[in-house]
Design a protein around this ligand. Structure first.
Ligand code: ADP
Ligand code: ASP
Ligand code: MG
Length: 832
């Protein structure tokens, strides 16, 4: 790239944090990334990881007279820089220069330590002069590792006020110096590498901008140099919904408004210096927080755009090490200007207050400050109210240490009702006590104080209450709706979609997702009825979801993806006819309720059956399966009601196959077997290959489901197969042609039973210890014998219904009634 093309592109500022400059390898990687960048660039460097802590600790040892420890720290400082330089700087002359500089700086540091240990006094300005070398050496090192770059000491560029240890930059003066020193380098195509964190006051003394101050150096330089973008390279993927060290399932926030980020920073999320947003607020400069480790992910963009107003809660910030200072007294109501005088006193000590609380009774006012400053705060406020304390108007000023402030941050939050309530019910559920609450006047946060050791638990609970780990989390109120994801979208699925759309809206059941074998369609805010109908039509025309605006994915990936979203009371409904056991297990583990019309997952190996129910139990979810037996008839429901009311169901007998009922009742009335089977197929009662019904497989599965519900653990029944062995393997057409050869045999059977006042029925029987599926002869006048058509009949024999069983009968097949059975399960879940 020539200097001329570089000039035309927009300027960027890249800051590398301590973790990104941990050692020689990291520096080499940073240098390579810088060298590969195509446009004008200013780099800001923090000290190598841990070095600022080391220097501060050494200064502390020195002032306490522990020179041996201070010396040891100085040695470590020197050797770590040597090692990093030897590994990252390839040019020999440049390496020699850097090593000489490391040695010079370490010697100077030792001298400062000695001076401090003699004086036994450590002023903030001295400490700043001691710690500034961390950045000075890292920036030199990085510049030498890059090659086509130049070290720039911020002491020559960044002007600040004289608040040592936490200085504020002076923007206009810094602007003049930056233009003088940095602009010419840029126009020559050189990358300036500037020390972060440090600056110089007007009196010439060295200052630091407060811990984490390199973030501020970067935004400051972007402002004064007119950059378009600042990138902060860190050891996290970006700004997360909470500190991942405390809340492990914190999620990356892709976009955040300037003000929201400022709030997150202000409340102590270490990821951004508290004042880093000040130089760029009100500008169009974008700030990106990105992963040094994984530069392929885009990270967080902090912008001037307002994002996602529907999800007011964006993040939590947790500020540990706080003390609550309280001014209290019954006479306070009458005292003039308490708040103003309190904060004037605190301000006079240059203490920074994180949160202010005022009790509704007005008999106390409180604020939080850093624990280390609590005593000073108490002393200065007590002094300000000396007179009122003497006269008893104010009881006193006290500090409670060991506290943490947790701020719930998001734009427009304080104006959204229900947030505080949700925070507090989450805390209450965990038995956590809130010491104080402040609703920020900014409308961008609600903060509360808890005992520090409870802060991680509190943060996790509030994080979970707003579903912040999920995409679309952060809604103000807990949603009461039930979100349905459909597995399979055939006739039953469509009937269900219609019935859901026709539900009373107070039920708040929505379809949010559809899956077929090609992929899925998902909308967290609900798929409209019109869209569902359109999809149904297109599916009828043979198309697949992936080609209808859906996403191509396997079912497992699709479910996992949906579970990532802030869906509310999610239910997965299986209307396929496939072996979906593993998939449903995954869904239950991901927190979905499971509703089945599909029998296969419940009629497979008993181990997978138990696993599914076990998984649901551990995640507090339910598995419901009303539609697997008798379609919409309340079979499972009746069983549960009997048992819940103290009855014991001893056995269940049922004609549970519509096809078999149709065929057997028709031949009992004198029709040939072949004609009955043909009509069952033509009317769509039977499967396209009627042998699936005639084999008794399907009825057998239903029997097993009923038996398992009653506590049966044994093997599946071997159902009576109505297809003779020699016809089982024939192609379908050949089988249909052979049907009339069976007519005579069936006619004989029917006539024999008829003569004894009996008719043939296919009956499944289930008890807690047995299960069977048989062709049997029953009395003509019995309920089963009297039934015709596709009717299902299920009878319960229980302690209460011993002599005369409780019989449920009705249509047991068809899309509409099956969907009704499913809907019954969904509504039961949503009513919980
Ligand atoms: P740098 O290397 O740039 O100085 P920091 O170490 O100061 O970076 O900031 C990153 C650290 O901030 C992370 O390791 C993380 O533990 C902490 N952190 C606190 N709150 C958050 C948050 N909301 N998002 C991301 N990181 C956070
Ligand atoms: N090195 C300084 C610190 O550790 C500044 C920074 O990292 O931004 O606080
Ligand atoms: Mg930092």
């Amino acid at each position: 790239m020539t200097a001329a093309t570089a000039r035309k592109q927009a300027l960027e500022i890249w800051k590398f944090g301590g973790a990104s400059l941990a050692d020689g390898d990291a520096i080499t990687r940073a240098a390579a990334r810088i060298a590969a960048h195509g446009g004008p660039l200013v780099v800001v460097a923090s000290a190598l990881g841990g070095m600022t802590d080391l220097l501060i600790a050494a200064a502390g040892h020195a002032v306490d007279g522990r020179m041996v420890e201070a010396e040891r720290a100085a040695e470590m400082f020197q050797s770590q820089h040597h090692a990093a330089a030897r590994s990252a700087v390839k040019d020999r002359a440049a390496l020699a220069d850097v090593i000489a500089e490391i040695d010079r700086s370490t010697t100077e540091f030792r001298e400062l330590c000695r001076a401090v240990s003699v004086l036994r006094h450590l002023e903030a300005r001295t400490r700043d002069a001691m710690v500034c070398r961390g950045e000075q050496l890292s920036a030199r090192l990085l510049a030498a590792a890059i090659g086509s770059s130049r070290f720039v000491d911020a002491l020559d560029v960044v002007r600040t006020d004289d608040d040592h240890g936490g200085a504020a930059p002076l923007i206009p003066e810094t602007g003049v110096l930056a233009k003088e020193l940095i602009k010419p380098l840029l126009s020559r195509g050189v990358v300036p590498v500037v020390t972060g964190y440090i600056g110089r006051a007007r009196d010439g003394s060295i200052t630091t901008l407060g811990r984490g101050g390199s973030d501020l150096t970067a935004t400051l330089l972007s402002r004064v140099l007119g950059a378009r973008r600042v990138v902060l390279w860190k050891d996290v993927p970006g700004i997360l919904t909470a500190d991942p060290r405390l809340v492990p399932d914190a999620r990356l926030i892709p976009e955040l408004h300037h003000q929201e980020a400022a709030e997150v920073a202000h409340y102590g999320a270490k990821v951004l210096h508290p004042r880093a947003l000040i130089p760029i607020s009100g500008t169009r400069i974008a700030l990106h927080v990105r992963s040094f480790i994984n530069p392929d992910i885009p990270g967080t963009e902090v912008t001037a755009r307002h994002v996602e107003p529907g999800f007011p809660v964006k993040a939590l910030a947790i500020l540990p090490g706080q003390a609550v200072v309280t001014v209290a007294g019954k006479g306070m109501v009458g005292v003039h200007g308490i708040a103003a005088r309190t904060f004037a006193a605190v301000d006079g000590e240059r203490l920074s207050v994180s949160t202010i609380f005022q009790g509704s009774s007005e008999s106390s006012i409180g604020f939080t400050v850093a624990e280390s400053e609590a005593d000073r705060a108490v002393a200065s406020v007590s002094k300000a109210f000396r007179h009122e304390i003497e006269t008893g108007l104010i009881d006193g000023v006290s500090a409670r240490k060991g506290m943490a402030v947790i701020a719930v941050v998001g734009e427009g939050m304080a104006g959204t009702p229900g947030i505080a309530a949700r925070v507090f019910s989450a805390l209450e559920a965990g038995g956590l006590n809130v010491v104080a609450i402040a609703q920020g006047s900014s409308e961008r946060n609600i903060s509360f104080v808890v005992v520090a050791k409870e802060a991680p638990d509190a943060a996790r609970r509030v994080h979970a209450a707003f579903q912040l780990s999920k995409i679309g989390g952060g809604r103000a109120r807990a949603a009461h709706q039930t979100d349905v994801v459909l597995l399979g979208f055939g006739r039953v699925g469509r009937a269900l979609a219609d019935q859901v759309a026709a539900l009373d809206t107070r039920r708040q059941v929505r379809m949010v997702g559809l899956l077929d074998r090609s992929g899925f369609v998902f909308d967290a805010s609900g798929l409209s009825r019109a869209r569902l109908l359109r999809l149904a039509k297109q599916k009828d025309a043979g198309r697949l979801l992936a080609d209808l605006g859906g996403t191509r994915a396997g079912a497992e990936a699709a479910l996992a993806w949906m579970a990532e979203h802030a869906v509310s009371r999610p239910v997965v409904v299986d209307v396929t006819g496939e072996e979906t056991g593993d998939l449903l297990l995954l869904a239950a583990r991901a927190g979905f309720h499971v509703v089945l019309a599909n029998k296969k997952p419940l009629a497979g190996p008993s181990e997978s059956y138990s696993k599914l129910f076990e998984a649901a139990r551990t995640t507090g979810r339910n598995v419901r399966f009303e539609a697997t037996v008798g379609a919409g008839l309340p079979i499972i429901d009746t069983f549960n009601k009997l048992e819940e009311t103290g009855d014991r169901v001893r056995r269940i007998d049922g004609c549970v196959s519509g096809t078999l009922m149709f065929v057997l009742s028709e031949i009992s009335a004198g029709r040939p077997f072949s004609a009955a089977v043909r009509e069952a197929v033509e009317r769509g009662y039977a499967e396209p290959d009627p042998r699936e019904d005639l084999s008794g497989q399907d009825a057998g599965r239903k029997g097993l489901i009923l038996a398992r519900m009653m506590g049966y653990h044994g093997p599946a029944a071997a159902p009576d197969d109505l297809v003779p062995p020699k016809l089982r393997k024939l192609p379908l057409a050949a089988f249909m042609d052979c049907l009339p050869t069976l007519d005579d045999e069936w006619r004989t059977k029917v006539e024999t039973e008829n003569a004894r006042g009996r008719v043939l029925r296919y009956v499944v029987s289930a008890t807690p210890r047995t299960v069977s599926a048989r062709l049997v002869a029953v009395p003509i006048e019995s309920p089963m014998g009297a039934a015709t058509g596709t009717r299902n009949i299920i009878s319960f024999t229980s302690d209460r219904y011993r002599n005369e069983p409780l019989v449920i009968s009705g249509p047991g097949a068809g899309p509409a009634v099956t969907a009704a059975g499913i809907l019954n399960d969904i509504c039961a879940l949503s009513a919980r």
